[in-house]
Write a protein that binds this ligand. Sequence first.
Ligand code: 5GP
Ligand code: MN
Length: 336
Amino acid sequence: MKILTKDFKNKIKEILIKDKSILISGHHNPDGDSLGGSLGLAHLLKNAGYDVTVMMPSNMPEYLEWMPGADDILIYEKGLTDKVIEKADIIFFVDFNAVSRTENAAEALKNSEAIKIMLDHHPQPSDDAEFIFSDTKVSSASEIVYEFINMLGFSEYTDKNVATCLFTGIMTDTLNFSVNSSRPETFEIVSNFLSFGIDKDAIYEKVNNNFSLKRLKLIGYLLYKKMKAVSDYKFAYMLISEKELNEFDFRDGDHEGIVNMPLSVSDINVSVLAIEQDDFVKLSLRSKGDYDVNLLARKYFNGGGHKNAAGGRIYKPYEEVEDYILSSVKDYFSEN
Ligand code: 5GP
Ligand code: MN
């Protein structure tokens, strides 16, 4: 475990005093890991007697609304949490490496005088937090949260809710244990969660088999009509316009999984999904093996993420995006 702050454990123990008000924040467009890690930590700290609030910068996807504690999450974009941020003594950042990943909430979080603790697994952590507990080798931020809990000696406060939330984070970030899950510790932790009576199969079902019929039709349409492959670069991409999004009744979180599909082809190593939004085009990037889409997203697409899963934005008209993606990818492959 990589602890990036000297004397981390003793200092955190000094800071975590019961009368402190604790805020836990996930990132913009929170995924299973950001929500699972934040809610798991919140349940645990509540069980240990702390005053804890969870906020997300923007709405959570529908397929995660069932998570225990999800109803109590404050959504920053709904204007609820400036006072909560001001009042916090300690703020946890879960599953992000820079405060800018909280978008609209970034300024309030930056201005807050609270002590900030980052629990994350992305490369290149920023110095936006005083305390950084982060390791790219760990499957998920949820697993980092569990290591953090253990390190503090708080594991006795684990219960079924804590286990359910953290399991969901690990399961989703490893794509159901297909990637980033070869450390034996990951399965030891999961084994421990199972002993709390979590319903693994029901969690899988709720997360993966909970989409609309229209989303499935959109996938069919995208794969058949829209996906293009550039064989020289073993690269595939799909673009979705706002008009197409409306036609297929596209919701937050519906893109999840679609960008991975081209990677099932033996000859495709990098996949990009581009989705038109009001002011920019949002990108999801995925890769196999040594192809580093974090670098690609950082250099060309105002984004970042992990080596094999990243996101970004192109601030150009939708019509210009295809050419920009192609020239960026060509550039990237000629340099790497
Ligand atoms: P997704 O494609 O599912 O939206 O995101 C995949 C990964 O990339 C996630 O791990 C997320 O943390 C990261 N990511 C997504 N969008 C952005 C972005 O705009 N900036 C950065 N730095 N990371 C992003
Ligand atoms: Mn995440």
